[in-house]
Design a protein around this ligand. Structure first.
Ligand code: ADP
Ligand code: ADP
Ligand code: ZN
Length: 214
């Protein structure tokens, strides 16, 4: 099962990718998570990526394309993968197409999560992430059992880029650079559009139903 999850910031890509990973036992490849880890480790790539991420802009294509190409060659992708947050531009989609052809890993589905903008903002401002394991919560919609603490015991924190000003720019970037990918994958006959406004478990069920028909 080779899947892309598409959608604006806050649509639920990470949440659904984690559920699909457990269900199908295939890895979630989140470029945002890989980049945040690089920032935390203060690697050269992390230092370069940080200023883009802090501003809510996209990290240059060649950086993320390289990350994904390498990640797809790891053994754990043999049975499939879930791309979460990649591709985000047309050049990234073209580069992915080429990599997947070379690796002989054809895409099965591109699932696009549709959510209204005001709901997205509410989701992003209430999002909390575990510092240790990366698990995602929401203060109202998906709260941790214990205040501010992940099920793994880690401390929850708010991402630096989940502040209102940066969110506004990320939405604009999405509409300008990422939204055109819907037509790209519709033309390739791979796109499935899902209502992302429903409850987390209902969205998951809808995605499963869609994937069963692929
Ligand atoms: P993305 O990866 O697309 O940016 P996330 O999966 O991180 O989105 O979700 C953004 C926030 O919204 C998180 O706090 C998450 O808990 C919450 N969330 C995700 N899906 C839903 C949903 N269907 N209903 C309500 N809240 C949701
Ligand atoms: P969200 O789903 O909430 O937008 P992500 O964790 O996917 O957040 O991405 C966080 C940030 O990491 C983005 O705003 C961007 O700066 C960078 N990033 C992640 N994926 C990509 C990508 N495919 N291309 C360029 N930049 C990316
Ligand atoms: Zn945790």
């Amino acid at each position: 099962m080779n899947i892309i999850l598409l959608g604006p910031p806050g649509a639920g890509k990470g949440t659904q990718a984690a559920m699909l990973m457990n269900r199908y036992n295939i890895p979630q490849i989140s470029t945002g998570e890989i980049l945040r880890a690089a920032v935390q480790n203060q690697s050269l790539m992390g230092l370069k990526a940080k200023e883009y991420m802090d501003a809510g802009d996209l990290v240059p294509d060649e950086v993320v394309v390289g990350i994904v190409r390498e990640r797809l060659q790891a053994d754990d992708c043999d049975g499939g993968f879930i791309l979460d947050g990649f591709p985000r531009t047309l050049p990234q989609a073209d580069a992915l197409k080429q990599s997947l052809e070379e690796l002989n890993m054809p895409l099965d589905a591109v699932v696009s999560l549709q959510v209204e903008t005001d709901v997205l903002v509410e989701r992003l401002t209430g999002r909390r992430t575990c510092r240790s394991c990366g698990k995602v919560y929401h203060l109202q919609y998906d709260p941790p059992a214990q205040n501010n603490t992940c099920s793994c015991g880690g401390k929850l924190e708010q991402r630096d880029d989940d502040c209102e000003e940066t969110i506004r720019n990320r939405m604009q970037v999405y509409h300008q650079q990422t939204a055109p990918l819907e037509d790209y994958y519709r033309d390739a006959n791979l796109l499935s559009v899902i209502d992302g406004m429903a409850e987390i478990s209902d969205v998951h069920e809808q995605i499963i139903l869609t994937l069963q028909n692929c």
